[in-house]
Ligand binder design. Structure first.
Ligand code: DAU
Length: 335
């Protein structure tokens, strides 16, 4: 049996708060460790106490809007935190001759935002596309990717990088477009659309992403980067309208929230600063080399997602009960 360290394991993709992990918390082969990825002593201890064979590094500050308000924490968590993880794994896995223990691997989870924004409709992000990050968030992720690349080039450190498009699905925090829209619509609150609503994102169902990561780590060529995308481009306004339609379909007629859900809630607000226009991944390499493809079509994925949020209203209430209210007011005031 292999030992995995999954950083950000309680987050959206790695699976957002501890409630997300209820399914696995009682299993003998799972341990939750609360530690800061920037805390080198705590991270080193994990590697000293366990024969860790696989690292899947999700832990990151992930929200672009938050990075525009406060870039510093993005550099700390995303850049420094990644370096701490790399150092700890290197120290644990390096043999006296400078090679590494066989079958020990590190996978760094990154984003398509490092490639910048596409202006020509026929262009896609490939693994060879030049990095051109614009937001403090994407600049921090690009820096972390370069640190992983530096470890691979300098030490032959056994790693892979994956760059994914926009994820959606259960357990995503309501600061992000899709859960924010679902939550606001159910409460009859304005649905804020930045700019003209025609910015394009390439949506990937979170479970497909998780599967892709596992397949890259097991079947991908070491030291390589793989882009993971859903080939699923949509304008933001289309996403919001699809969510409204799906909510209207799924909510029973006697549910009082149904009366709230309407396109009249759509409200165009001031654009995000430096808003990238279009992201789109060509997932050709991962398909060809690893055999992965996005299994979930958007229509099924969004239905499953909306259904999940309707069935987990308590989870959402829990998320929006604490600091979220303050965050929301601060982020959306004067927009
Ligand atoms: O592309 C991958 C990236 O996708 C990840 O690396 C990031 O961690 C993740 O947050 C996501 O970034 P985006 O900025 O694309 O996601 P977000 O859900 O914040 O926004 C999606 C689009 O919707 C974007 O064009 C901004 C727009 N938007 C967002 C919010 C929150 C709105 O129009 N209104 C909103 O209230």
């Amino acid at each position: 049996m292999r030992t995995y360290v999954v950083t950000g394991g309680a987050g959206f993709i790695g699976s957002n708060n501890l409630e997300n992990l209820k399914d696995v918390e009682n299993r003998d082969n799972y341990t939750f460790i609360r530690a800061d990825v920037c805390d080198a002593a705590a991270i080193n201890k994990i590697f000293q106490e366990n024969d860790v064979q696989r690292v899947v590094h999700f832990a990151a500050e992930s929200h672009v809007d938050r990075s525009i308000k406060n870039p510093t924490v993005f550099v700390e968590t995303n850049v420094l935190g990644t370096l701490v993880m790399l150092n700890a794994a290197k120290a644990a896995w390096e043999l006296p001759d400078g090679t590494f223990k066989p079958d020990h691997k590190f996978l760094h989870v990154s984003t398509d935002e490092v490639y910048g924004s596409l202006s020509n409709p026929n262009d896609y992000f490939y693994e060879t596309t030049k990095y051109d990050p614009h937001s403090p968030y994407s600049a921090s992720k690009a820096s972390s990717d370069f640190m992983v690349k530096a470890f691979m080039d300098t030490y032959k450190f056994p790693a892979n990088i994956t760059n994914c498009s926009n994820n959606y699905g259960p357990y995503q925090f309501p600061e992000k477009l899709i859960p924010l829209t679902i939550n606001n619509a159910l409460h009859g609150r304005a649905l804020p659309i930045y700019g003209d609503g025609k910015n394009i994102r390439d949506w990937l169902y979170v479970e497909d992403h998780a599967k892709g990561i596992d397949m890259v780590q097991e079947k991908g060529r070491l030291f390589e980067t793989y882009n993971i995308g859903g080939h699923n481009e949509r304008q933001n306004i289309q996403i919001v309208k699809t969510i409204i339609r799906t909510l209207q379909e799924l909510l029973p007629d006697d549910d009082p929230r149904k009366a709230n859900v309407s396109e009249d809630l759509i409200t165009y607000v001031t654009d995000r600063k430096g808003h990238d226009r279009r992201y789109a991944i060509a997932p050709d390499k991962i398909k060809k080399e690893v055999g992965w493809y996005p299994e979930t079509c958007f229509e099924d994925g969004i239905r499953k997602t909306v259904k999940w949020y309707l069935e987990h209203q308590e989870w959402m209430e829990h998320c929006i009960s604490g600091d979220y209210q303050k965050y929301y007011e601060d982020m959306y005031k004067n927009r």
